[in-house]
Design a protein around this ligand. Structure first.
Ligand SMILES: NC(=O)c1ccc[n+]([C@@H]2O[C@H](COP(=O)([O-])OP(=O)(O)OC[C@H]3O[C@@H](n4cnc5c(N)ncnc54)[C@H](O)[C@@H]3O)[C@@H](O)[C@H]2O)c1
Length: 325
């Protein structure tokens, strides 16, 4: 027996586009909404303060996608010149359980996270959304913008705030080259970035301090906030004033809340998850004035449906390295 090993460069070299990742996640979320997935809440270990290594298993029936992602997030890595997010993903054969592939998961994580923002925007952004804001201009912000460009045809302005102005400048330089028709605005604070935005994405490290403390009233009426950083950026008051509070997975959200560290301030009622929206079981945005919050924690279903496409493409192209099991 042998498996396919795909390095980060191999994964990237397969050239899966954001549009293709969005298509994979759409199928995955719809399957999840119909109850065709198995995905226990992710357990984690914590070897240093503010750091995590999470185990993320999932099975998506019908798409024959099953496996486990073992992913770490270490805020101090940035100062060491290492990526914040690193890890591996194992894809298994659904029939036999035999491992089919081991692949780097940093690219997958970044792309599927961005795509989840696109899917939130598809169902929950105000129609004609033209202004997006990013608080934290790192890896996930880049892929989130790629997905918003796919989902929001009227997008024209991108407002950017980062604790380190140089990071916002780099973001504007790189993303401006990719999307020359968008207008980029560097902002001096998180509220300045967010206040005029139709869609505001926060993606800062999940640390106790410093926090931008985006407060009640800062998300405009009719706006959509998508948080990729748990409850690091928005205050409880801001989350509670929203008319609807959604998530990519209610089960995982509530299981994490039970641990008592995160989500103490979220509203009691979770109105929908992205699976229910994608399967058409619950309505998306219903009025132009609703403030909506989407708490996207990142789910293993997204990883597995993306990894399955990459694996099939790697077989077609004979990419990567064959290793004996
Ligand atoms: N929900 C998901 O699916 C998912 C997946 C991957 C990562 N994440 C989370 O997304 C967040 C960002 O990850 P990343 O890979 O983009 O990290 P990154 O290091 O590439 O980017 C983070 C950016 O935030 C900036 N920043 C730090 N503190 C800030 C503050 N107080 N205000 C404004 N900007 C600040 C940093 O300077 C940096 O540019 C992390 O919390 C990570 O755990 C979520």
């Amino acid at each position: 027996m042998e498996l396919v090993y795909l390095s980060r460069a191999d994964v990237e070299g397969l050239g899966m586009s954001m549009r293709e990742v969005l298509a994979a996640l759409t199928l995955g979320f719809a399957a999840k909404g119909r109850g065709e997935t198995e995905m226990p809440p992710k357990p984690g270990i914590h070897t240093r303060p503010d750091c995590f290594i999470h185990a993320m298993p999932a099975y998506v029936r019908g798409l024959e996608a099953a496996g486990l992602k073992w992913v770490s997030g270490y805020p101090p890595n940035v100062a060491k010149g290492l990526p914040y997010i690193t890890g591996l993903l194992i894809l298994n054969d659904c029939e036999t359980g035999v491992p089919l592939a081991v692949m780097d998961c940093a690219w997958i994580t970044a792309m599927r996270t961005g795509a989840s923002v696109g899917i939130s925007a598809r169902y929950l952004a105000p129609s004609g959304s033209s202004v997006a804001a990013f608080v934290g201009c790192g890896v996930q912000a880049r892929t989130s913008l790629m997905a918003l460009v796919e989902e929001l045809p009227a997008l024209a302005e991108v407002r950017c705030y980062d604790l380190f102005p140089e990071a916002a400048r780099r973001f504007i330089g790189e993303m401006g080259a990719l999307f020359p028709l968008l207008r980029f605005v560097a902002c001096a604070s998180a509220p300045e970035a967010v206040r005029p935005a139709d869609v505001a994405v926060t993606a800062i490290p999940i640390v106790a301090d410093p926090r931008p403390d985006l407060d009640a009233g800062m998300l405009k009426r009719g706006g959509l906030a998508v948080s990729l950083d748990y409850d690091s950026a928005w205050t409880s008051a801001a989350m509670r004033e929203c008319d609807r509070f959604c998530s990519d997975d209610v089960g995982q959200l509530l299981a994490t809340k039970e641990h008592g560290v995160y989500f103490g301030g979220i509203p009691d009622r979770i109105s929908a998850d992205l699976g229910e929206l994608a399967a058409g079981l619950k309505p998306g945005r219903e009025s132009g004035s609703e403030r909506i919050f989407s708490m996207n924690m990142g789910i293993a279903v997204d990883d597995m449906v993306t990894a399955r496409v990459l694996y099939e493409r790697a077989l077609e192209r004979r990419a990567g390295v064959r290793l004996p099991l």
